[in-house]
Design a protein around this ligand. Structure first.
Ligand SMILES: *[C@@H]1O[C@H](CO)[C@@H](O)[C@H](O)[C@H]1NC(C)=O
Ligand SMILES: *[C@@H]1O[C@H](CO)[C@@H](O)[C@H](O)[C@H]1NC(C)=O
Ligand SMILES: *[C@@H]1O[C@H](CO)[C@@H](O)[C@H](O)[C@H]1NC(C)=O
Ligand SMILES: *[C@@H]1O[C@H](CO)[C@@H](O)[C@H](O)[C@H]1NC(C)=O
Ligand SMILES: *[C@@H]1O[C@H](CO)[C@@H](O)[C@H](O)[C@H]1NC(C)=O
Ligand SMILES: *[C@@H]1O[C@H](CO)[C@@H](O)[C@H](O)[C@H]1NC(C)=O
Ligand SMILES: *[C@@H]1O[C@H](CO)[C@@H](O)[C@H](O)[C@H]1NC(C)=O
Ligand SMILES: *[C@@H]1O[C@H](CO)[C@@H](O)[C@H](O)[C@H]1NC(C)=O
Ligand SMILES: *[C@@H]1O[C@H](CO)[C@@H](O)[C@H](O)[C@H]1NC(C)=O
Ligand SMILES: *[C@@H]1O[C@H](CO)[C@@H](O)[C@H](O)[C@H]1NC(C)=O
Length: 688
């Protein structure tokens, strides 16, 4: 393309998509009109005017994702001061502030970054960074005077901090929109309260609504789901200058955000590019126990207990109003049991595990003391009611003085808290813990010794039986050397009594191991047909020229012996065109094998899942195969002498003979039912 052409096409693009070409900077003599869009350098975010409400009449300046098809606004500038027309202008004013004017003639801004002129020195530019942060930069010093990340609306993006900067007196928090189409400041507030030991809170108006709790070193105490992952890297800072938290994404291509929504829920969402929608990963509060102070003071909200009332007094406490408690109203909470002393009279601590620790707004923390020192410290002062480890990774001590509010139990993860109780409570707690064993020591010893003796006897018997069987195997091998012995049959060799030997119609021949080894070329890899759940299958050629398939059970598959029994037992009794035919078996020492007729076309799955072979299956063949399988199953279920459920029917267990007739194989998982039986239970999980 020649230079003029390039110039013309650029001009064309500029005229048609002025927004796409605009840079990510607003300079002093440059302004953004309604309809213009500022794009961050990495194309992740866009800034511009957007409309909300009926007919989009109320106009706001906001930042949204550029790569997300569903318009998702992550920040709003003039959220409480919308412009009523599309004539709005975003610009840098003479004082160096970023401002929004109602139109290009007005001089009083509807919104401003409000940086004092003494700091801005009238010379600033605004830039939309690729993190979604809009920064106001002093042109000379390059210092950031203001950033949208410090003035979040309802969304926490990666890299954005939540919490306090004590040096400059900044309290970063999030608040929900008023409603789905009104970005105005709503009533739900999300932030960090630094009093006592810093905690994460969600407020509904003035009241505490949900407590994320203190930071435990790895996560918030009230967010057990927050395990360290490879996706989010969360950093909590607690110093004299700063109490804040932020997260980064290990993989920046994942689009994820945390949002406080107007129904009073904090949620983390991730963009699913394939389905083109936001997927919720986590949210809080979720259940009644998450509601702040659900069970009143000194109680524990436990959704996992057996009776249906979630509230339970902490050890040493009893319901303040037993009547309300009985009526399932826990809000009154619990009080110390009467007439007990927890002050210098043999008191101690009882552990309550897997909890969100109580509100630490009034608690004392010492981040350098160990749990033992913590206990001593708490014991020394009679008004100390509980202590816990502040950091899951070790050091740190939290002590409570007074009521314990908003404790709850989690199902698995959680912290341990130690509650101060009087001596009687301590003794009964110890008794409960070490319980019957300690008290009824003699009985326990008796039970254990009887158990051990029984075990020894059983072990001895098993060992003797095994020895005898091995000896018998050895003699048999000497009896039938190197030959097919049709005088013997498989039943005799199976180590099971429940076989109805008498009723067996077929005398299944027993093959000698050496015959099978010779036929399969010593189980050579070249002869291997496949690998099943319990061993391998080999192709073999007997010296009379007959082709066979040998299923060799894995030597040490303890599970296999049951399946082997079932298979021999079943298949020998079943005779049907659509069931694979067994020719014999081979048992020697640990080797167990089944010998089948060989089916040249292998299994059905080798056709279905193989593109070129699939075309060999024309419709009539398919139809034949389907009918064949169905006939085989009908026979198993109804027409045979036994009632059998195969339990592992799949394409790889349907074999095909030379003329593509299907034969069901692999009865290892099958189960036999009585002929009249219509129902049974099993506690073995099997099959596909
Ligand atoms: C901005 O515009 C004014 C008047 O049009 C001009 O005097 C001034 O030099 C411009 N400033 C910059 C930084 O371009
Ligand atoms: C827009 O209209 C609303 C109500 O009609 C009014 O309260 C608000 O001040 C107007 N905004 C501006 C910037 O004039
Ligand atoms: C203000 O906006 C109007 C209409 O958008 C336009 O005609 C006019 O030239 C603008 N004035 C200035 C000073 O930019
Ligand atoms: C703003 O910056 C420009 C370029 O650095 C400089 O020439 C100008 O004097 C500055 N204006 C003020 C008021 O500081
Ligand atoms: C900061 O805001 C949170 C709520 O978002 C509040 O709980 C806390 O008290 C505030 N901290 C200060 C020092 O104002
Ligand atoms: C997590 O973030 C912190 C602070 O930004 C950084 O020091 C650390 O290396 C990060 N860890 C990982 C695994 O990315
Ligand atoms: C707030 O989030 C919850 C949980 O994801 C959701 O069920 C609810 O519909 C959301 N509310 C609004 C107003 O979007
Ligand atoms: C508690 O002790 C006081 C005096 O020591 C006694 O009057 C009161 O009856 C006791 N209450 C109970 C429930 O034992
Ligand atoms: C914190 O604990 C350590 C060790 O127990 C102790 O030496 C130190 O004085 C404690 N600090 C405070 C402020 O109590
Ligand atoms: C016990 O702790 C409370 C609260 O921290 C404090 O006011 C009181 O002085 C302490 N008492 C003693 C004896 O240290």
């Amino acid at each position: 393309m020649n230079p003029i052409g390039r110039f013309l096409s650029t001009l064309f693009l500029f005229l048609v998509f002025p927004s796409c070409l605009s840079i990510d900077i607003i300079a002093p003599n440059h302004s953004i009109k309604d309809g213009d869009v500022l794009v961050s350098s990495g194309q992740s975010y866009e800034l511009g005017f957007f409309g909300s409400g009926i007919d989009s009449t109320r106009r706001y300046v906001g930042i949204w994702y550029r790569k997300v098809s569903e318009r998702t606004v992550v920040w709003v500038a003039n959220r409480d001061n919308p412009i009523n027309s599309t004539s709005g202008v975003l610009a840098i004013n003479k004082q160096g502030n970023l401002v929004i004017y109602e139109n290009n003639r007005s001089s009083v801004p509807v919104w401003s970054t409000n940086v004092p002129a003494s700091i801005s020195m009238t010379n600033c530019t605004a830039q939309l960074l690729d993190s979604g942060n809009l920064v106001l930069v002093q042109r000379d010093s390059k210092g950031v005077l203001w950033q949208s990340f410090d003035h979040g609306t309802d969304t926490l993006l990666a890299g954005m901090k939540l919490g306090l900067d004590l040096k400059i007196g900044l309290n970063r928090s999030l608040s929900s929109w008023k409603s789905k189409d009104d970005p105005g400041t709503g009533t739900i507030l999300y932030g960090i309260d630094p009093s006592g030991f810093p905690q994460l809170f969600l407020y509904k108006g003035q009241t505490r609504w949900w407590r994320g709790g203190p930071w435990t070193g790895l996560r918030w105490s009230g967010v057990p789901e927050m395990t360290p992952t490879y996706i989010f890297n969360v950093t909590f800072v607690n110093s004299v200058d700063e109490v804040s938290i932020f997260y980064t994404m290990s993989n920046p291509s994942i689009i994820s955000r945390m949002v406080v929504n107007e129904s009073g829920i904090v949620q983390r969402l991730s963009w699913n590019d394939r389905d083109q929608q936001w997927i919720g990963i986590w949210s809080a509060p979720k259940e009644p126990c998450d509601t702040y102070g659900q069970c009143g003071p000194n109680s524990n909200c436990d959704p996992y207990q057996a009776n249906d009332f979630i509230c339970k007094c902490l050890p040493g406490f009893e319901p303040k109003s037993p009547q309300e408690w009985y009526l399932r109203d826990g809000s009154g909470g619990c009080v110390r049991k009467p007439n007990v002393s927890t002050c210098r009279s043999g008191e101690g601590f009882v552990k309550v595990a897997r909890v969100k620790v109580p509100d630490t707004s009034m608690a004392r923390a010492n981040t350098s003391s160990r749990l033992k020192e913590c206990e001593q410290e708490c014991l020394r002062n009679c008004s100390c009611t509980a202590y816990a480890s502040a950091d899951e990774r070790g050091l740190g001590c939290l002590r409570w003085y007074g009521d314990l509010v908003d404790t709850r139990t989690f199902s698995d993860v959680g912290q341990e808290i130690y509650i101060r109780v009087d001596r009687a409570e301590l003794v009964s707690a110890k008794y409960e813990k070490s319980g019957p064993l300690a008290n009824k020591g003699k009985q326990a010893i008796l039970i254990v010794s009887v158990g051990v003796t029984l075990f020894l006897i059983i072990f001895l018997v098993c060992w003797l039986v095994k020895k005898r069987r091995e000896a018998r195997d050895r003699t048999r091998r000497n009896e039938f050397p190197l030959s097919l012995t049709s005088t013997s049959n498989c039943w005799r060799d199976l180590p099971i009594k429940e076989f109805e030997k008498g009723t067996s119609s077929s005398d299944l021949p027993l093959f000698d191991l050496s015959v099978i080894a010779a036929a399969t070329n010593n189980f050579s890899g070249a002869n291997k047909l496949g690998e099943g759940g319990f061993g391998s299958v080999y192709k073999g050629l007997l010296h009379d020229g007959k082709e066979i398939a040998v299923k060799r059970l894995a030597k040490y598959s303890g599970q296999g012996i049951n399946e082997f029994r079932t298979e021999v037992e079943l298949i020998a009794k079943l005779q049907h065109r659509n069931l694979v035919r067994i020719l014999g078996c081979c048992i020697q020492g640990r080797e167990k094998m089944l010998i089948y007729e060989y089916l040249p076309n292998k299994s059905l799955d080798s056709f279905i899942f193989n593109e070129p072979r699939r075309s060999q299956l024309d419709w009539s063949t398919r139809y034949n195969i389907i009918c064949g399988i169905a006939r085989g199953i009908l026979y198993l279920h109804q027409d045979s002498r036994l009632r059998i459920i195969h339990r592992d029917l799949k394409a790889s267990n349907v074999l095909l003979d030379a003329s593509m007739n299907p034969k069901i194989s692999d009865f290892g998982m099958a189960r036999i039912f009585g002929v009249d039986q219509i129902e049974a239970n099993t506690n073995r999980v099997v099959g596909t």
